[in-house]
Ligand binder design. Structure first.
Ligand SMILES: [Cu+2]
Length: 506
């Protein structure tokens, strides 16, 4: 890997700053799930540059875990079935239920962290998908640049003087003065040395520049792809990826994406500014097109809309296409059907206090179970827990699965620099999570990505007859301070209901 030296140098010497890309600004992984008999809460803090070190934190719900090992492997393909020797995660002395470790992410793409647990209930395994990519090119620290510039000139000047002195006086006895011919030869060779040194410095600078450009190309490759959003024939919205370069289109074929909890694409339309209208829709691929998707829009007011379209490529890498569109008023359209849903309410006002109660359209409420006195801090793993109440204020008895899960939450920062579509299992893509489970104990190994779409289409489970609990929780950490709006979507008695909550994150 050609960028290795550069990035390792950057990694050790440069200051980290806020992540700006991916999943749209929310690259860390928060996950809750079972490793056999052990219930674990996993946080993976991904590095800003690749290669880079990911920090893994795992907390077990019970105290019966003796040891834990972690290992990194590809999510799909041959590498996904051949895990290297795992590393031992260190058990915390203060909190024996917590384990930490770090893993080098050497390559970009869809990876997984496998966690192997030993404890009094035997062995357990868990795999968490991790999207690995460089988020940005880190700038060089000024002090480091100054030191390097000084050393460069010192060495260059030193080399020239050594050559000059060597040629002029190298063959002389002590005390002898150099001959005129020696001086002339020394001048000539010194001039050549200067030219060579200047050429080496020039080529070195070119090399550095091309490495930096290469690295930036990698950053651009994994930044959220721009979407081209067009309104066609009145009410039909078309979604396409804008030209992202040949390499991207070769690698990520929108014709070959895999279903993620029952749909190829989850499309979010949010009216800006204010975030006062939100649609969660599921466009279908356009027959015969090269990766275009389309959706018949429901009735909606005119406005400027931000668009996020979540898809998962065939390797299990989650992409969020980002775009904007101006829409005229759309009326007399077909009502929402299937898994499509919408929300409307008051604009996000940062001056307002944090909200912990959301009114639902049927008279019920959704309550955010949190201590309103303890503020939420950025980059802290938190459990966002909500309770659904019926119109009498009692815990709802009719919550049912919505797209196979107890709930879906969409989290966005007021400036839309962050967008995350998360689930009770956490911030990982559900399609990638399915892929990650194939290599685990109890699963037949050797399943590859090609067999996954079929396997995952089974995720669209029919609603079971027994109602779900009225509580739904989402593990998550807000990636940066600011004002956020959270949409929590659940299904009750056949109706999707959305609660909106505003929070100021410190
Ligand atoms: Cu979802």
């Amino acid at each position: 890997m050609r960028v290795r030296l550069l990035t390792i140098v950057s990694l050790f010497l440069l200051i980290a700053s806020l992540p700006v890309h991916a999943h749209v600004g929310s690259p860390d992984v928060y996950y809750e799930g079972d490793a056999g008999p052990y219930h674990l809460f996993v946080t993976v803090r991904v590095p800003q540059v690749i290669p880079g070190v990911a920090e893994i934190q795992v907390r077990s719900q019970s105290g019966d875990v003796r040891s834990m090992q972690i290992v990194l492997l590809s999510l799909t393909g041959p590498g996904s079935t051949l895990p290297p020797t795992p590393d031992v995660a260190e058990q915390s002395k203060q909190d024996p239920q917590s384990f930490t470790g770090s893993l080098w992410l050497m390559e970009s793409g869809a990876l997984q962290v496998r966690i192997l647990v030993e404890g009094s209930k035997g062995h357990g395994e868990l795999s968490v998908p991790v999207a690995s990519f460089a988020q940005r090119t880190l700038p060089m620290q000024r002090s480091l640049a100054a030191v390097l510039v000084f050393l460069t000139f010192f060495l260059a000047f030193g080399l020239v003087s050594i050559v000059n002195a060597g040629v002029r006086q190298g063959n002389l006895e002590p005390g002898q003065t150099p001959l005129a011919s020696n001086r002339l030869r020394a001048r000539l060779i010194t001039a050549i040395t200067v030219l060579v040194v200047v050429a080496v410095l020039f080529l070195g600078r070119r090399w550095w520049g091309s490495e930096a450009k290469d690295f930036q190309r990698g950053v651009d490759f994994f930044s959220p792809p721009a979407a081209k959003i067009t309104l066609e024939s009145g009410t039909r919205l078309a979604i396409r990826a804008k030209d992202q370069g040949d390499k991207w289109h070769h690698h990520v074929k929108l014709k070959e994406i895999v279903p993620d909890h029952g749909h190829l694409m989850h499309l979010f339309l949010i009216r800006v500014p204010g975030l006062d209208r939100m649609w969660h829709l599921h466009p279908d691929p356009v027959e015969g097109s090269d990766g275009a998707f389309a959706q018949d829009l429901p009735s909606m007011p005119a406005g400027h809309y931000q668009v996020f379209a979540d898809v998962v490529d065939k390797n299990g890498f989650p992409w969020t296409l980002v775009g904007e569109v101006d829409l005229p008023e759309i009326d007399k359209a077909k009502p929402l059907a299937g898994d499509d849903s919408s929300w409307s309410g008051a604009p996000l006002d940062p001056a307002e206090k944090d909200s912990t109660v959301a009114q639902l359209p049927d008279g019920g409420r959704m309550v955010w179970q949190r201590d309103a006195n303890s503020p939420i801090a950025a980059n802290t793993a938190t459990m966002l827990k909500f309770t659904v109440q019926d119109k009498n204020g009692k815990p709802a008895q009719d919550v049912e699965p919505y797209m196979g899960m107890a709930g879906h939450a969409e989290i966005m920062r007021s400036d839309l620099s962050v967008f995350a579509h998360i689930h009770p299992a956490g911030s990982v893509s559900m399609a990638a999570l399915e892929m990650a489970q194939t290599g685990l104990m109890g699963h037949s190994t050797g399943q590859n990505a090609a067999s996954m779409p079929m396997l995952m289409s089974g995720m669209n489970m029919p609603a079971s007859s027994a109602p779900l609990p009225p509580d739904v929780s989402f593990p998550y950490g807000f990636p940066q301070p600011g004002d956020y709006r959270i949409f929590v979507q659940i299904k009750r008695a056949g109706q999707v209901e959305t609660g909106a909550f505003d929070i100021h994150v410190r």
